[in-house]
Each structure stands twice: as C-alpha cells, then as structure tokens.
Design a protein around this ligand. Structure first.
Ligand code: HXC
Length: 373
C-alpha cells in the first residue's frame, strides 16, 4: 500500500519535472534556450530552491487543453548569495508558457509572499501571453498580477528577465517592474506580434525590430540591461541584487572594500578638458571615483546623454546620475529626464544614496530648435 503511494508520487514528480515532455524540451534547447527549471538552477544558490504548487493543473475540460503538472509556470523561493528571493519562471514547453487561471494564481501567491516577507521578486519570462483556451479567466489572472506589481512597487525590488517571446499580457507586467533584462536575439517583448501589425498597420516588421533587445534598450527604454546569453543574464541579476536592499525598510548590503576611501586620483584633472566646450567621457570620471573602478550601468544605450547606474563608495551601495558631455553635450531631453527620474525614484524608495555629477548646458538645444521650427 505504502509502496504504491510512493511509486505514484515518484511518477508525479518525474512528470512534473519533465515540463511539456522531452520533445518540447528538445525544441526549447534547439532554439538555444534553457528550460524554466534549468534557468532557476542557474540563478539560485545550489540546492536552495523550494518549489510551491508543483502539482497544480488547470480546471478546463481536458478535451480542450491537455493537463500538465505545474500549469506552465514554476514558482517558489530560494537564495541568491545567501539572500532570500522569490521567483517564478514561465515554462515555454507547456502550452507555450501561456498564462491560464491556475498559473496566475501561482504567480499571485508568490508575489503576495514576497511582499509579506519583504524579499526581492524575480520573474523569468518566456510566454505566449494569455492562454487562448482559458479566455477571460486568463485576462482576470493578469489583472491580479498587474495589481500586485503596483502594490509591490517601492516596497520590494522587482526584476524581470525576458528570455524568449513575451507576448500580450506577458509583457505588461514586466514593464511595470523595476528592472527588465533582455537576452540578445532571444528575448522579445511585444503586445501583439508582427502578423497583427501587418494586418492593422500594413507594416512589415520582424519580431526583433518590433520587440527585440536592441529596440527596447535603445528606443523604448523598456529594457534596462541587455545580456549576451542566459548565463550572462543570471550573472547580471545576481550583481544587480548586490546593490539593492531586501525591501524598502532595509539598507542595501555593505560589502568589504579594499579601495581606500581616502584615495586621491591625480588623473581626474587630466580627464576634464581645459576648454569647457570640448566634450569628455563622464564615465571615465565615474570609474576613477568609485570603489575598484566598478560601475554597473543601467540603461546604457537608452538616452545616453545622461548616465545612471550603481557603484560603491567605502563598500556602500550608491546610485550615480551624471550628465554625459559626449552626447548632446549632456543636455537634458524627455528620454533622459524620464530615465533619471525613474532611477531617482527607485533609489529614493530603497534607501540608496545618490551621487550627482552635473555638467549640462541646461535643456536640449535640439529640442528648442525643433519647437521653434
Ligand atoms: C495558448 C499558446 C499561446 C497562447 C503559444 N501557444 N501562445 N497556447 N495560448 N497565447 C502554444 C502554441 O499553440 C504551441 O503549441 C506552443 O505554445 C509553442 O508555440 P509556437 O507558436 O510553436 O512557438 P514559436 O514559434 O516560438 O512562437 C511563439 C509565439 C507565438 C511568438 C509566442 O506562439 C505567438 O505568437 N503566440 C500568440 C501570442 C499572442 O498573440 N499572445 C497574446 C494573447 S492575448 P503546440 O501544442 O503547437 O506546441 C493577451 C492579452 C492580455 O495576452 C491582456 C491582459 C489584460
């Protein structure tokens, strides 16, 4: 009797961990993508992941959609460098990682727990959006997720990795999180795909042009960071977390620094040109000021006339905002204002002191010229 039960449990565990089945896993790998479980393993400290709701299935009639354990999303908590985080990862091998009613309930549970415990929330996105077969139940689930994105804002850090298509509802939620990191040539974020764009606007666009990492990190500003592959993506998330507190009531961690806080840098004077009309690279100044010349830039290729990012001074986390005289003479425009305002709001919410380096001819002359024209 006991043996029967444990055998059944073992079978269920095997099935749940197989995702959408070997064939789908092979397709996922052939696209150069890892599975949701492999991604979580890569992100978290070894053996720290505790999965919740592993055996949940959807409530639809099975003739409509095959049932899979987990319902297309893996949720749980674990540790990154010893610090607690909550995580959910869409499993593209199950119905394209689409979001149904039960999958949304799993994500909502993790979000509520992250807010209650006061720990960062990381979402790994690879999803076809609302599960068509579940219609309005799926849309309702998104409503619950979006609501929690807003209530968690400024309370716990929210980070999203886009590692695959993120379509429809799967793209609204990431856009509301604090940091979005996209994997080059793999992550795509769009509300609706190229075929609908063609139908409605008669425009031919590729998936990459519409919502690829380059588009979102240079034009829309939706992506804060771009990773060259999934391994780089996880490393960047881990590094980003080192600058952030667990929640808005804590301070960011202080790391031991071997960089003498009283260090003088005689090279700084050589970077600044004597003629104030000559440009220089503000990043050289930043690198020479901060601990160990280590600057973690955010939004590097978006609105580059302002530079924002994290670094350390005396081992303590700081946010840096600096005009970039190399681009538009460091003048401010709409995108750079939005970029810096957003960064300031984040630092303000999470007790991160801000260092501002100012060198700007005030508002953007190009903008004035356009207005005058
Ligand atoms: C159900 C879906 C699905 C979806 C994909 N699949 N998206 N099933 N609902 N939304 C299924 C496919 O049928 C397929 O099943 C499997 O997932 C893999 O999909 P493929 O198309 O084979 O993969 P790929 O070629 O990589 O293309 C991925 C894709 C494409 C770009 C995401 O599937 C796609 O365009 N899907 C629809 C995206 C979309 O329009 N979403 C918006 C939904 S509306 P089989 O069984 O064949 O393997 C929405 C509104 C939210 O989200 C509003 C919130 C308030």
């Amino acid at each position: 009797m006991h043996e029967d039960k444990s055998e059944k449990l073992y079978e269920m565990k095997k099935l749940a961990e197989a995702g959408g089945g070997q064939e789908k896993v092979d397709v996922q790998h052939s696209k150069g993508k890892l599975t949701a479980r492999e991604r979580i393993d890569l992100l978290l400290d070894e053996g720290s992941f505790v999965e919740l709701d592993k055996y949940v299935t959807h409530r639809n009639d099975e003739s409509e959609t095959k049932k899979f354990f987990g319902d297309g999303v893996i949720t749980g908590f674990g540790k990154i460098n010893g610090r607690k985080i909550f995580v959910y990862a869409y499993d593209f091998t199950i119905l394209g990682g689409s979001l149904g009613e039960m999958a949304s309930k799993k994500i909502v549970k993790i979000m509520d727990k992250a807010i209650k415990v006061g720990a960062p929330l990381i979402g790994i996105l690879d999803s076809g959006g609302a599960r068509i077969q579940e219609g309005v139940m799926s849309l309702d689930g998104y409503g619950d997720i979006f609501y929690r994105n807003t209530t968690a804002s400024g309370i716990i850090p929210q980070i999203t990795a886009s590692i695959g298509p993120c379509a429809g509802g799967a793209v609204y939620s990431p856009a509301m999180t604090d940091f979005v990191i996209m994997v080059e040539n793999v992550g795509q974020m769009f509300v609706t795909g190229p075929e609908v764009v063609k139908e409605v606007l008669s425009q031919d666009v590729s998936f990459e042009e519409l919502g690829g990492a380059i588009t979102h990190s240079t034009k829309s500003g939706v992506a804060h960071l771009v990773a060259s592959n999934e391994y780089d993506c996880m490393e960047k998330i881990k590094k980003l977390l080192t600058y952030l507190p667990q929640n808005n009531r804590q301070d960011p961690p202080t790391l031991e620094s071997n960089d003498d806080p009283n260090r003088l840098d005689s090279n700084l004077i050589n970077i600044l040109p004597e003629n104030p009309y000559h440009p220089y690279d503000i990043k050289e100044i930043i690198l020479n000021i901060v601990d160990n010349h280590d600057f973690f830039e955010i939004h590097e290729t978006f609105a580059s006339n302002i530079v924002v990012g994290f670094a350390r001074l005396g081992g303590r986390s700081i946010g840096i905002i600096a005009n970039q005289p190399m681009i538009l003479a460091g003048a401010m425009d709409i995108d750079s204002s939005n970029k810096s305002a957003r960064f300031i709001r984040f630092c303000d919410s999470f007790n991160i002191p801000i260092v501002t380096l100012v060198d700007t001819p005030d508002i953007c002359l190009v903008l004035i010229k356009n207005i005058m024209a």
